[in-house]
Design a protein. Sequence first.
Length: 85
Amino acid sequence: MKILNVGGDDDYSVLNFEEHMGVEEAMKKIKAEKITNFSVEEEEYSFNVELLEFGDVDPKFVQFVYNEQDYDSSKHSNFFVVEEK
């Protein structure tokens, strides 16, 4: 399983990531540049992205972790499950 972990020092780093890049564009950048992490720092926003790989993970566990997150905290730091095509 692959997880795109997004966060940063700014408030609302995840919301900025979703507005200015998104998962699909981030994965394109990771594949094109053959990297596993990068940072975006603009004048008005910034965020960090890291691709993490794990062995087999029960999807029920992932859903449990996602559901247990604090809503306000998830605006600053969150993860996205990446489906490989």
